[in-house]
Design a protein around this ligand. Structure first.
Ligand code: C2E
Ligand code: CA
Ligand code: CA
Ligand code: CA
Length: 269
């Protein structure tokens, strides 16, 4: 038994070593990716409930690695957060999204994801300000998406940052709502423009009464608080119809369009 135990331990440490090596490699490559412009934003349409009319796009990061091909955010955002690279990656996303959106003739708005880590840097507000100024994008065409964890620690400092962003004219959305530490009381701490219901609830809605009940609670509350609700991860007409009935007003998901490079944005729809 002792030998087995040791073997298992050795196996475990070996795996850990591999994982650490993989992380180090991604970290090194990511540094280069930022300076060599291998990171690209893809834009996914967000529509309203009438005629599925596009009202804006969410910018989602993709890494075109010279050898490994396309790498998805879940495989590099957490590493960027751990290593602090998220600050330059985040600034890049803001500048790039504003620059590309400013070139869109149809005047659509763009939503950019902010990592909670970016709130630890006091420069965040000036980075957003610089991105707007440099691109000439009207502030109301920029939205930032934050998650609840931003409201969980350093609450007063972070709310102050959110207020400054709002004062610039930028809209603020609360992303992945219903997951994590979700508490309805967060909605009292800041006047969010939008709430995005996490796609796990949309996915489970058909078979889970709990998921449906949570969607109902969120839409019910949003009506009284006058906040717009976006349903994420809508993949079928059935889900779309049902979510409309439940009172969702905005929609995003593969059913309406996949994330696309800026130049392909209008071809899809
Ligand atoms: P998120 O902000 O919740 O973004 C929505 C995710 O759902 C995206 O995954 C999108 O491609 C995916 N999605 C959209 N429609 C559907 C659908 O109908 N079905 C399914 N199954 N998925 C759908 P993606 O692009 O892989 O991004 C994952 C996460 O990485 C994002 O989740 C966001 O948290 C983070 N992320 C992406 N880009 C950035 C960025 O520029 N900065 C930061 N800080 N985080 C980012
Ligand atoms: Ca998002
Ligand atoms: Ca989300
Ligand atoms: Ca998410």
């Amino acid at each position: 038994a002792k030998r087995n135990g040791r073997n298992r331990f050795e196996y475990f440490t070996e795996q850990m070593g591999e994982l650490a090596a993989k992380r180090r490699m991604i970290e090194n490559d990511l540094r280069e990716a930022i300076s060599c412009r291998q990171l690209k934003l893809y834009y996914q349409p967000i529509t309203n409930n009438q005629h599925q009319h596009i009202i804006g796009y969410e910018a989602l990061m993709r890494w075109h690695h010279p050898e490994k091909g396309m790498i998805m955010p879940m495989d590099f955002i957490p590493i960027a957060e751990e290593t602090g690279l998220i600050h330059s990656l985040g600034a890049y996303a803001l500048h790039e999204a504003c620059r590309e959106a400013a070139s869109w003739q149809d005047g659509q708005s763009v939503a950019v994801n902010l990592s909670p880590m970016q709130f630890k840097n006091s420069a965040l507000v000036s980075v957003v300000e610089a991105a707007l100024k440099e691109s000439g994008l009207a502030p109301h065409r920029l939205e930032v998406e934050i998650t609840e964890s931003v409201l969980l620690d350093n609450t007063s400092v972070n709310i102050d940052i959110l207020q400054k962003l709002k004062a610039l004219g930028v809209r603020i959305a609360l992303d992945d709502f219903g997951t994590g530490y979700s508490s309805l009381s967060y909605l009292r701490s800041f006047p969010f423009d939008k709430i995005k219901i996490d796609k796990s609830f949309i996915n489970d809605m058909k078979d889970s009464r709990e998921a449906l009940a949570i969607i109902r609670a969120i839409t019910g509350m949003s009506r009284s608080l006058d906040i717009q609700i976006t349903a994420e991860g809508v993949e079928s007409n059935e889900q779309f119809e049902r979510l409309k009935e439940e009172g969702c007003t905005l929609f995003q998901g593969y059913y309406f369009g996949r994330p696309q490079p800026s130049e392909d944005r209008l071809k899809e729809f």
